[in-house]
Design a protein around this ligand. Structure first.
Ligand code: NAP
Length: 489
């Protein structure tokens, strides 16, 4: 998918993050002959979210044959929805195979990046106190990297163990212990069944219910792996089929509560009613349309809520005591509390301080909501690009596909900058406004605009995380540059 950029006069590029998107850009730069880049990664290993989220049974709800790079397809995925160790191993292997590790400085985060208007370069300050110069600065830190822990009363006095799902406590053995889980999102539903099988009791605090779609996971038999490896096009066709099925799901999200959405809701309700015991049923069926918040895939979450040692609490956790949690008049003794409360999703690229033209920071420019060109570029920030930036998230297909489109777009920008012998490329304010007007118009029609609270929206209720359409629509719009949208200096 990548556009090639010719070798000579390569710009100096600094990339923040060696997760999926940072690796994707690095690999495609290298494949197109550019090796003048450096990656700064806060952790000691590649993998980003797949390094952080190593809680038990962590995995991806997009099939692995699609949740992988188009330029490095694997024929030997063990199962349809691979678990975290296999996914992390895939990214580590990509880093090795494409020779990316030597470009990465691990255990170093980027704290600040300031655009020098006169020199048309970025000065990037890292956590080791050094300042680096680059022609191009790319953020590849994604949308889901800063764990969110609510500041609940008494939490500092609680004597038990506490941790966030994305910082799993591997030391804690839940056997015969009482555990509270706060939050019932995509992460909680994956580790809850295993936890409930080990712990004496689990109390799950649910702020609002989620629509649960069956996962239908299965292991690939040997003959299938053989076919993917040896039969021409078999793996490609399989990947293409998964892509088409995923795109088809968007029909239920495109236009509010349309016919497809209502039918889907009826189907999900029937499935969930079948799975849930009557005592929990009123608490597990959402009162908003499916898709408004991310639909969760599981074939054992509701069944776990039926267990005798699991208690679903649909009232807010009011406070902690030294050895328990308080709900109404009741104190529930617990040995540990796990926060599966998601991530800070709307303060894009924080805590990095990014300063563009005229001393304007990205936080200021993105207030009250981010306006960008394809979630990749922002007006006032020359030679600056984002991967998995604002309004590029999906609720129905692979984010890796979206990131590959963005990488292709960046490579096209670098080529255009080079062709024009420009020192800076930046989107025009009018182009960003025009793009944003259409984006908002389209987003307002989607199911995410419905009456539910979700991490897709900011405090003002604007949808700031999701793209408005199919992944194919994003590909179509980003595969070529419209050079009239840019200022070249
Ligand atoms: P999440 O889906 O945002 O869920 C957070 C949960 O915590 C929600 O139930 C939320 O309730 C609750 N919560 C948040 N703040 C709270 C508070 N102050 N008090 C009580 N409850 C609170 O977070 P996540 O489970 O970590 O997943 C985040 C995203 O990561 C997912 O949407 C997905 O994109 C990605 N992810 C993907 C996979 C995968 O299979 N691909 C797996 C895990 C995660 P409300 O619902 O009421 O807000």
């Amino acid at each position: 998918m990548a556009t090639s950029v010719s070798q000579s006069d390569s710009p100096r590029i600094i990339i923040a993050g060696a997760g999926m998107s940072g690796l994707c850009l690095a690999i495609q730069l290298k494949r197109s002959g550019i090796e003048s880049f450096q990656i700064f990664e806060k952790s000691s290993e590649v993998g980003g979210t797949w390094l952080d989220n190593h809680y038990p049974n962590s995995g991806c709800d997009i099939p692995s044959h699609l949740y992988s790079f188009s330029f490095d397809r694997r024929h030997d995925w063990s199962q349809k929805y691979a678990r975290q160790p296999e996914i992390l191993n895939y990214f580590k292997t990509c880093a090795d195979k494409f020779g990316i590790r030597s470009f990465i400085q691990f255990d170093t985060s980027i704290e600040e990046a300031v655009f020098d208007e006169a020199a048309k370069i970025w000065r990037v300050t890292t956590s080791d106190g050094k300042t680096h110069e680059a022609d191009i600065f790319v953020s590849a830190v994604g949308q889901l990297n800063r764990p969110k822990i609510p500041q609940l009363e008494g939490l500092d006095q609680f004597q038990g163990a506490t941790w966030h799902s994305a910082r799993w406590n591997d030391e804690f053995d839940p056997t015969d212990r009482d555990v509270a889980v706060i939050g019932n999102g995509a992460s909680a539903i994956q580790f809850l069944p295993g936890l409930a099988g080990q712990a004496r009791s689990v109390t799950l605090f649910q702020r609002s219910p989620n629509w649960i779609h069956p996962l239908h996971n299965y292991r690939y038999p040997g003959w299938a792996k053989f076919a993917f490896r040896w039969i021409p096009l078999a793996a490609r066709l399989h990947r293409g089929w998964i892509f088409l099925i995923s795109e088809g799901r968007f029909i239920a999200f495109a236009n509010g509560e349309n016919f497809a959405n209502k039918e889907y809701r009826r189907w999900l309700t029937r499935r969930m009613k079948k799975a849930a015991q009557p005592n929990i049923l009123p608490d597990v069926i959402p009162d908003y349309p499916p898709g408004c918040k991310r639909i969760l895939l599981s074939s054992d979450y509701i069944e776990t809520l039926n267990r005798e040692n699991v208690r679903l609490v649909s009232r807010p956790l009011e406070k902690f005591t030294s050895d328990g949690v308080v709900v109404g008049d009741e104190t529930i003794p617990v040995d540990a509390a796990i926060f599966a409360t998601g991530f800070e999703t709307t303060g894009f690229l924080q805590p990095m301080r990014i300063v563009g033209r005229d001393g304007v920071t990205l936080d200021e420019a993105f207030h009250p909501r981010p306006k960008t060109l394809f979630g990749v570029m922002a007006a006032g920030f020359p030679n600056f690009f984002m991967l998995y930036g604002p309004n590029t998230n999906l609720g129905h297909n692979s984010i890796i596909f979206m990131v590959e489109c963005q990488v292709n777009y960046i490579l096209n920008c670098l080529q255009a900058r080079k062709n024009r012998q420009a020192r800076a490329i930046e989107p025009k304010v009018e182009a960003v406004e025009q793009y944003d007007n259409r984006l908002q118009h389209k987003l307002n029609a989607t199911i995410w605009a419905g009456d539910c609270a979700s991490w897709y929206k900011n405090a003002q209720g604007s949808i700031v995380n999701n793209w408005w359409g199919t992944a194919t629509a994003f590909w179509k719009q980003t595969r070529r540059l419209d050079s009239t949208q840019f200022l070249f200096e």
